[in-house]
Design a protein around this ligand. Sequence first.
Ligand code: AMP
Length: 378
Amino acid sequence: MTDESVLAKGLVERIGLEGSLLTHRPENKEKQVIYTDIPNHSVAIKLVLDALTDANYGVISSMKEIDAVGHRTVHGGSTFTKSTLINDKVIEEMEKLVAIAPLHNPPGILGIKACEQIMPGVPQVAVFDTAFHQTMPEASYIYGLPYELYEKYGIRRYGFHGTSHRYVSQRVAEIIGKPIEELKIITCHLGNGSSIAAIDGGKVMDTTMGFTPLEGLIMGTRSGNVDPAIIKFIMQNEHLTIDQVDELLNKKSGFLGISGVSSDLRNVEEAAAQGNPRAKLAIEMFNQRIVRFIGAFAAQMNGVDVIVFTAGIGENAIETREAVCAKLTFLGVDFDREANQVRGQEREITKPGSKVKIFVIPTNEELMIARDTAQLVK
Ligand code: AMP
């Protein structure tokens, strides 16, 4: 963190499954792919540490060089409004949140416990995907349901991708050279999972994901917003259980379900280019929902100064950005088609003098996690 340079990146996959592997990418050294039995998270973390300290392809001389560990944690509920130094009490609170994040929080907790076990005494920090959205006003986060359900179970909008929305909103303010407190920003995190956030003066006012990451935009395999009454109808007519409908909404919908081709936008774009009408429809629907939320959020903030595109689609999909921006001239967007021919780089894609500026900014959640961790353990 002395100069924020990356020493290595890596990924452990298929923990507890056949064919488990570690990919280790050290800066300036050759990538290592290690196929080995990884039955649990402790073995996984041990393998990562071995790779980082390896005599040949490692990047640090020993584990003693590790001053702290930052963890991306999906759900902080209403309890965690910012990144937090982890202790037993924090883990206890995170365990309570498993009820509302059954898929994401248990593996997160396993990872933290594995690090504590292997690196006793090294401070651990949790960076929550929901924390940045905790500034939302009640009117944005309460659903039109009986209020008691919020009180009893914490059913409310939480929002996700917070670390990404925070990074790109701060970064765009830095690029423009204005204090974030003076800006109205709409950040579009468009990837396999997608969400948009309205950020006024550095504070989230609203976001498209909700109680879970299912709400909002059309995604790779998630439906996004649907009329909730459809669920009962499908259950009755397709004879599905509630778990099967849940799977249908989360895993079989979105790009995949509409196009019948793929959850990956690149494949859907290819099919659309070959004339597949459902692939074309999926793209049209995706773009239309983005425009819908940008319009809604601009109205909600009574204006917008900057719009940011980030994540796999936002950073790379030139056509998506062009289609969306074509519908934003009413806001005062003077789109620059030439500048938009960019993938994975920071760039303004509006012309000088455009009333509303639009930027592509590659997200960097890892840097955000590292910064929060460094700051908390100092
Ligand atoms: P992420 O979840 O942020 O990794 O984003 C994954 C999504 O980004 C997938 O739908 C990809 O198809 C999409 N994506 C990545 N590169 C491109 C590209 N060059 N053009 C269009 N979509 C892309």
